[in-house]
Design a protein around this ligand. Sequence first.
Ligand code: ZN
Length: 245
Amino acid sequence: MAQETETGTANEPRKVPKIDWNDKSYANWIHAGKSGMDFKGFDFQRDNVIRFMNRIDLNSGPLKQKIEMMIRVKVPEVDDNGEEVGPIKEYVYYTIRYEGRDSWKQKIACDLIEGRHQIIVQEQRVDWKLEDGHPIQDITTVDSTPVLKYTILFEGKKTVDAILKKHNMIERENDIRFYWKARGTYPGAGGDRCTDYSYDQFSNSEFSHLEYLARRPGGPTGKINLAKETPAYAECTCGACVKQK
Ligand SMILES: [Zn+2]
């Protein structure tokens, strides 16, 4: 059986690409004074990337990258301690899939989230306990509820195009799934979401227009037939729609 080594199989040193990936959840974890060994990222992407980078070999084929999803959200600005410090702003984040081959030409891939990371802060809690009827004071360190911090402000089409350009995606649509999401401050928090937007709808619409497209019969494409389940909707009141009337 082949053994995994740094040198690969063909006496050629393994050639590793340089990728600049989002490791901010881990950085925050270390910043909070926690051990890297205990890291539990909500998206587990650190483990994925490290395994991928430990295997990829450019001698076997190129590194390919593809943006899978792009999501627009509106959330309060938070600082590095997870505290809300600013007004609600519009952000975009996305998932990207890297693909390559290892030294044995096995196809390998991993997914990453860019533009969003997890903040955990450690807090001290003072407990007044009773032990054998004697009051004692105990100070323990507890983790705060994880908060999601978004880092890419949405400033219209130019933001979307800059992301595509950064990852060498020339074709604009290229099977990217464009999402609108009503909430997303906490990991796992529920909320309304919708996909099926076109590149143009996603890049050029006001946030409220994306919501209108999600709720109108037929959805963003106008083709989805869920008439019975579509909730009541009103005319769109976003700036662009009002101007058109
Ligand atoms: Zn509108």
